[in-house]
Design a protein around this ligand. Sequence first.
Ligand code: TXA
Ligand code: MG
Length: 329
Amino acid sequence: METKTILVDEHVNNDESYAQAVDNIRGGGVVAFPTETVYGLGADAMNAEAVDKIFEAKGRPTDNPLIVHVDSKETALEYVEEVPEKALQCMDAFWPGALTLIMQAKPDIFASNVTAGLPTVGIRVPNHPVALNLLKQLKRPVAAPSANTSGKPSPTLAEHVYFDMNGKIPLILDGGPTQVGIESTVLDMTCAPPVILRPGQVTKEQLEEVIGTVRLSSETKGNTPKAPGMKYAHYAPQAPLYLIEHNSELIEKAIDHIHGKKKKIAVLSREDFVAADYCFPLAVDKLYDSLRKCDQTDADLILACVLPENEDAALMNRLEKAADHKWFS
Ligand code: TXA
Ligand code: MG
């Protein structure tokens, strides 16, 4: 299959591009599109065969449910039931935006592979003009995980999507770099207090200002993960990634030590380490691009320089996963 990328620029008339995307999805196909967080790989959430193509293109385990994207709160409410007051408050405060709410799905609306057979569904309204336009024209809910090969860093550029999906999907809508750079916060509204299953741009503090106490999932402590996707390897670059305290002396010593073993090293950091073979920026909106850039090098090992106490919680969560919780020592 030939994969076509179409630039969807705000300054030109994009009717034809949207029409192609709409036709593809209505016809049971899969289309990659930008959201404010990362690029998504979208299919009609009511068509099981179409949704199967997402799992196939990504190589995603089928017990990991997908997020459903809709154009508004009103549309979302057509698909869920027993909606708690706090969920409505979150929709008003954070939608459109980087917050996915897990709620009870109305039975027999979504294809069962969207929810991996669960009675619940994750829904969000993305805050991106291209995503919103597409959803409005489609008039259908779109199941869309991140548009990367399963296990790899999520795509924040259309080029990332093309790299992973070339030959596997017909169409990529290119809306430029995504603004946020990491996936949405996932908040489980089916329990009290609500639980953050995946940290993201919308923080615990921001949520608590609107709905009171929110708990952080204990998934990092080895408990059974509640977001099924959390148990799988994530964001992993090819070379092993280690976390290291951001302390120049420590890092320079580590670089020397690794060079002593005749190995090449890539460093992810907020400052340049000239001794490293490669150095890429460490920031929420650059993280996945930096991880993918490491894959373009011959580095044998990657060090990510962090100060856990000061890091953004969502950034730290993704880094710990990418490193499989390994610290350099
Ligand atoms: O920012 C985002 O959320 C992006 C863009 C494309 O919208 N999407 C995304 O989807 O990150 P994905 O499939 O890569 O991640 C979905 C996460 C997984 O961890 C999954 O296990 C969890 O949401 N999830 C989905 N439905 C769920 C449900 N019913 N109950 C618990 N967790 C659920
Ligand atoms: Mg993903």
